[in-house]
Design a protein around this ligand. Structure first.
Ligand code: PAF
Length: 289
C-alpha cells in the first residue's frame, strides 16, 4: 500500500496501472475509518484490480465550522486499517484540493434541496465539488458509496449522470453494530450514555419497517416521531418517508413502490443520520403476480 499526498503522484500511479490494463475501484472517505468503510474497500477489491481510497476531510461540505473542527482525524490508524486492503491511499492537504476553499453550486431538485440539503445549506455543493474533483483525478471504473448516506448517494448518482462521467457508482449496504447502530465516524464522539441513547434511531427505523404494511404514512410518521420524547436524550431534526429515487414525499404508497425512511437527530451536539428502505407488501405482490 502506498500513501500519496499529491495529485501528480496519484495520477502517475493510476496512469501506470491503466497502461497495464488494470481496472480501478475507488472509495472516497473523510477518514476516521471503521468497518463500514472497510466493507466498501472490500467490495472495491472484489471488483477491481487496483483499489484507491481517498482520505480527505472536505471543508466545503461542513456547514457548521464546529462540526469540521470536531470531526475525528485519525490518519495513522486509518492507514493501519487499510494495510492489506487498499493499494493506493490518497491523503492530500486542503491546499492540494482547493486553490480557493469554495464550492460550485449544484441543483438536482429535491435531491439537493430537501432534508440534508435543507438542514445543511451548502452541504451538497461541497460534496459534489469534491466528489467531481476526486472522480476526475482518479478516473475509476467503479466508485463505492454507502447507503447510510442515502441522500448523498442519490445526489452523486445525479451528479455522475449530469456530468456524463464514465464511472459506475456502486451502492453498498449500511453496516451496523451488533445492536443495530449504523456505523459512522461520528460514533467515536459518543460517550457511553449517548451511545445507548443513539440506539433509538435504528430501533425506530426497524419498528416502522415492521409496521410498514399495517399503517398509513401519517400513522407511521406519528409512531416514529412519538418515540423521540424529551426523555429519550435525542433531539429529532427530521423524520421523513420519501420516494427512494426522487425524494418526493410519499403520501400514496402505491405511487412510490420503493421508499425510504430517513432520520436525522442530535445526541448532545453530535448529529447522526440513518435510514431504512421500504418496499410495500401489496406493491411487491403485484409485481410478482
Ligand atoms: O461520505 C463521505 O465520507 C464524504 O461525504 C465524501 C463522499 C468522501 C465526500 O467528501
Amino acid at each position: 500500500m502506498i500513501v500519496i499526498e499529491t495529485i501528480s503522484d496519484l495520477t502517475a500511479q493510476i496512469a501506470e496501472a491503466k497502461s497495464k490494463g488494470l481496472t480501478v475501484g475507488f472509495v472516497p472517505t473523510m477518514g476516521a475509518l471503521h468497518q463500514g468503510h472497510l466493507h466498501l474497500v472490500q467490495k472495491a477489491a472484489a471488483a477491481a484490480d487496483l483499489v484507491v481510497v481517498s482520505i480527505f476531510v472536505n471543508p466545503t461540505q461542513f456547514n457548521n465550522p464546529d462540526d469540521l473542527l470536531k470531526y475525528p482525524k485519525t490518519l495513522e490508524a486509518d492507514c493501519a486499517l487499510l494495510e492489506n486492503h487498499a493499494d493506493l491511499v490518497f491523503a492530500p492537504a486542503t491546499t492540494e484540493m482547493y486553490t480557493r476553499v469554495e464550492s460550485k453550486k449544484w441543483d438536482f431538485g429535491r435531491l439537493t434541496s430537501s432534508l440534508e440539503g435543507h438542514f445543511r445549506p451548502g452541504h451538497f455543493d461541497g460534496v459534489c465539488t469534491i466528489v467531481q474533483k476526486l472522480l476526475t483525478i482518479v478516473q475509476p471504473d467503479w466508485a463505492f458509496f454507502g447507503k447510510k448516506d442515502f441522500q448523498q448517494l442519490a445526489v452523486i448518482q445525479a451528479l455522475v449522470r449530469a456530468e456524463g462521467m464514465p464511472v459506475s457508482i456502486v451502492p453498498c449496504d449500511t453496516i451496523r453494530e451488533p445492536d443495530g447502530l449504523a456505523m459512522s465516524s461520528r460514533n467515536m464522539r459518543l460517550n457511553h450514555q449517548q451511545r445507548q441513547d443513539a440506539l433509538l434511531i435504528s430501533r425506530t427505523l426497524h419498528l416502522l419497517h415492521d409496521h410498514k404494511d399495517d399503517c398509513n404514512i401519517e400513522q407511521l410518521l406519528d409512531l416514529g416521531k412519538n418515540a423521540f420524547t424529551p426523555a429519550s436524550g435525542l433531539s429529532l431534526e427530521y423524520m421523513a418517508i420519501v420516494d427512494a429515487l426522487t425524494f418526493e414525499p410519499v403520501e400514496d404508497k402505491a405511487a412510490h413502490p420503493h421508499a425510504v425512511i430517513l432520520i436525522a437527530a442530535f445526541v448532545g451536539d453530535i448529529r447522526l443520520i440513518d435510514n431504512i428502505e421500504l418496499k410495500w407488501a401489496d406493491t411487491l405482490a403485484k409485481k410478482t403476480a
